[in-house]
Ligand binder design. Structure first.
Ligand code: PLP
Ligand code: TYF
Length: 387
């Protein structure tokens, strides 16, 4: 029965977790998978999360099923956090297992509405985007995103896509902030220009928002999403994995602006049907934590302070790298990731000779390094480039 199956490659980013764990060398450095670490290399549970969990243990009265759309109070809190108030009446939302669940479900709905729709994905992007689009039935296509000379978004290419290459009804996948893997984000003025072009040409934005609060600030990081939110129809896939440190709890949400309240029932019931067929209903614990944090001013303040600490640390590492010849662009970019101009052989050499782990693409997770280790990494990079 299973003889027809071919072995599939493991996710290269997730494979790094295991490779790194198995490396016995002292002083090894993990710049691989996108998980925030503090200066000691730990990914601690947020204090606000611990407090919310204690509260849940005390107060949660049942673990009985919730409905297919998940925790409604959690969704209301996210809606209030993300959208200008009052949120439009044609905005529907559903809790999902992580940002990945939201992306998959959004793509399923896009394909259910218009089978085989083309979806434009930045090159480079998070490696799961293209296979997720394909498995949902969409037709992925790519556009060049980064200008390596400046470290900024190749905005002319983005606008050429939106004005000329994409066709009405195409979906445009954009990351809300802290672009993975480049760290290059659109400026608010560029978001405005891009949104105007999408409106004019009938393109449907699909925003993947997985790093809210890890860029400049909780409010500042919303600039792009708020501009897109004025468009008549869009998808927004939200993840609480990084900004609440809830990775393994699988907390996310999908919001869809349907274009008219008359479409809400059709869109929402199709979302509910497909989510039921994919995962029945989303896991509760993580979303209950987020709800507990966002519904308590004290916990919200604590969460905001912890996120601010993370941003400050990432900025510190960026500033340090920014002083290295050839890496100045890193100082002005956003979030945990940066794309280094390394060949796969150089990446391999850093791994075997220096115990420094990063994605084969040369993407590094800046939060993976302590300020102390950074000096060794920078020196190793110099050696690698000279070799
Ligand atoms: N989108 C991007 C750009 C990401 O980097 C990630 C990373 O994990 C996700 C979505 C999905 O996150 P999760 O499914 O863990 O919430
Ligand atoms: O890009 C990253 O490293 C994070 C974590 O299949 C991740 O987004 C990587 C691969 C994957 C799921 C999450």
């Amino acid at each position: 029965f299973f003889a027809t199956l071919q072995p599939q490659p493991a996710d290269p980013l997730l494979s790094l977790i295991k490779l790194f764990r198995e490396d016995g060398r002292a002083g090894k450095i993990d710049l691989g998978v996108g998980v925030y670490r503090n200066d000691k290399g730990e990914t601690p549970v947020f204090r606000a999360v611990k407090a919310a969990e204690r509260k849940l243990v005390e107060t949660q009265a049942t673990k009985a099923y919730l409905g297919a759309d998940g925790n409604v109070a959690y969704l209301d809190r996210l809606r209030a956090l993300l959208f200008a108030q009052p949120a439009p009446s044609d905005l529907v939302g559903l809790q999902t297992p992580g940002g990945t669940g939201a992306i998959r479900l959004g793509m399923e709905i896009a394909n259910a509405a218009r089978p085989g729709t083309r979806i434009w994905i930045s090159d480079p992007s998070w490696p799961a985007h293209i296979p997720l689009a394909r498995i949902a039935g969409l037709e992925p296509a790519t556009f060049r995103y980064l200008d390596p000379a400046t470290g900024l978004v190749a905005f002319d290419e983005v606008m050429d896509l939106l004005r000329n290459r994409a066709e009405p009804g195409d979906v445009i996948l954009l990351q809300g902030c802290c672009h993975n893997p480049t760290g290059a984000d659109l400026t608010p003025a560029q978001w405005t220009e891009a949104a105007a072009a999408m409106r004019e040409r009938g393109l449907i934005p699909f925003v993947d928002f997985a790093y809210h609060g890890l860029g400049t600030g909780i409010e500042e990081d919303l600039a792009g999403v708020r501009i897109i939110a004025d468009l008549p129809q869009y998808f927004l896939a939200y993840s609480c994995s990084k900004n609440f440190g809830l990775y393994r709890e699988r907390v996310g949400a999908l919001f869809v602006r349907t274009g008219s309240t008359g479409s809400n029932l059709a869109v929402m019931s199709n979302l509910a049907l497909r989510s039921r067929l994919l995962w029945s209903m989303p896991p509760d614990h993580g979303a209950a934590i987020v709800e507990a944090i966002l519904s308590d001013a004290g916990l919200t303040g604590q969460w905001q302070a912890e996120l601010a600490e993370m941003r400050a640390r990432i900025r510190g590492v960026r500033a340090l790298f920014g002083k290295v010849p050839g890496l100045a662009v890193l100082a002005g970019q956003q979030g945990m990731f940066a794309q280094l101009a390394l060949q796969p052989e150089q990446v391999q050499m850093l791994r075997t000779e220096q115990a420094i782990y990063m994605a084969e693409s040369g993407r590094i997770n800046l939060a993976g390094i302590s300020l102390e280790e950074a000096a060794r990494f920078i020196a190793a990079l110099g050696d690698g480039q000279a070799a």
